[in-house]
Design a protein around this ligand. Structure first.
Ligand code: GTP
Ligand code: MG
Length: 170
């Protein structure tokens, strides 16, 4: 029979990196140029079939604005997976992503599958974060890494698919 596995997933990252846009792309296949900044957090769910099994993601899209930082533990506690998002055109957002990884490693569940997403990969002409630097960082810290674009859809489904595969293996 076809088993359904529920999995709480949280997106964390600096304001404007594209967390909501990645979720909108994954859940609805859409992109909007003027995505509104998230207040608090937003919830979505989406299923993904991997072989003969189904993962039902319960997705918490958190707000990147610093004033909401204290809410984050509610969303990452008990999460099966976390996607830490930075913007490849914004070096400060990569620094912020590393802070999120540290916080997850210190406060989160050690079994949480962690992904690092370098978003806005369609804007290579404005790149500030070399892909190699992020890949090395991810390897050293036990995350898997992909550059994504919510705008063009590059690697967006792939991040969720990779998480689902790892969940089902674990
Ligand atoms: P907060 O909710 O404030 O934390 O921001 P967020 O991380 O959810 O970012 P959001 O999805 O709102 O995107 C911010 C802006 O970046 C929006 O204007 C998006 O259209 C744009 N954006 C998001 N993803 C991409 C992308 O992959 N490429 C490009 N070019 N723009 C993007
Ligand atoms: Mg948002």
């Amino acid at each position: 029979g076809n088993k359904i596995r529920n999995a709480k997933l949280v997106l964390l990252g600096d304001v404007g990196t594209g967390k909501s846009s990645l979720v909108l792309r994954f859940v609805k296949g859409q992109f909007v140029e003027f995505q509104e900044s998230t207040i608090g957090a937003a919830f979505f769910s989406q299923t993904l079939a991997v072989n003969d099994e189904t993962v039902k993601f319960e997705i918490w899209d958190t707000a990147g604005q610093e004033r909401y930082h204290s809410l984050a533990p509610m969303y990452y506690r008990g999460a099966a997976a976390a996607i830490v998002v930075y913007d490849i055109t914004n070096a400060a957002s990569f620094t912020r992503a590393k802070k999120w990884v540290q916080e997850l490693q210190a406060q989160g569940n050690p079994n949480t599958i962690m992904a690092l997403a370098g978003n806005k990969a369609d804007m290579i002409e404005a790149r500030q974060v070399p892909a190699e630097e992020a890949r090395t960082y991810a390897q050293e810290n036990g995350l898997f890494f992909m550059e994504t674009s919510a705008k063009t859809a590059i690697n967006v489904n792939d991040v969720f698919h990779e998480i689902a595969k790892r969940l089902l293996q674990g």
